[in-house]
Design a protein around this ligand. Structure first.
Ligand code: IMP
Ligand code: MG
Length: 186
């Protein structure tokens, strides 16, 4: 999709380009490949936001990984966390003894991943870590650090490459800052 496409008119600016994303995903895939040599790695995609990142990332990992999918709901249709996290879809396989890497789109307040870590830790994986595409450290309210992240971003609401506003804009190939007018701001 070209950046002159209609959907791009809703953006204030592009924050991370598709080329920067591709390079970072490749580098991260290589790092995961090195770090998990000889381990039983299972990568868990947190739907829906991480879906595009996940499918790109697993193809950059040169190991026989297994994959799993979970869906959690934390936001409703707004732009800040309610603090209420619900599992909408659980894993359909056992993670006991596996090296589990949770793949998430963004760590914002950290509440969603904090909750997920607690839930999955109770299932006795050999290890449990996080790979996130984006990290917004300025917004953190719980103490949480991702083992891997691709980009640190400022405190702005972003969409694209899987991230949504009200379920839309996930299909943008780049990551951009939405015009506040789109969600009723100034
Ligand atoms: P947290 O629980 O506050 O860390 O929120 C994590 C979830 O909020 C992410 O998985 C996203 O779905 C959503 N989120 C947080 N910030 C943004 C953003 O800037 N754009 C789109 N979704 C976001
Ligand atoms: Mg999400």
């Amino acid at each position: 999709m070209d950046t002159s496409a209609r959907i791009y008119q809703d953006l204030d600016r592009i924050l991370v380009t598709r080329e920067q994303i591709a390079q970072a995903v490749k580098t991260l895939g290589q790092k995961i490949t090195e770090d998990y040599q000889g381990r039983d790695l299972m990568m868990v995609c947190i739907l829906k936001g991480a879906s595009i990142f996940f499918t790109d990332l697993i193809r950059e990992v040169d190991l026989p990984v297994s994959v799993g999918f979970m869906a959690v709901s934390s936001y409703g249709s707004g732009t800040s966390s309610t603090g209420v996290v619900r599992i909408m879809k659980d894993l359909d396989q056992n993670i006991e003894g596996k090296d589990v890497l949770i793949v998430e789109d963004i760590v914002d307040s950290g509440k969603t991943l904090n909750f997920l870590l607690q839930v999955l830790a109770q299932r006795h994986p050999a290890s449990l870590s996080i790979a996130t595409l984006l990290d917004k450290p300025a917004r953190r309210v719980v103490d949480l650090t991702a083992k891997y992240f691709c980009f640190n971003i400022p405190d702005a609401f972003v969409v694209g490459y899987g991230l949504d506003y009200d379920e839309k804009y996930r299909n943008l190939p780049d990551i951009g800052v939405l015009k506040p007018a789109v969600y009723g701001g100034k």
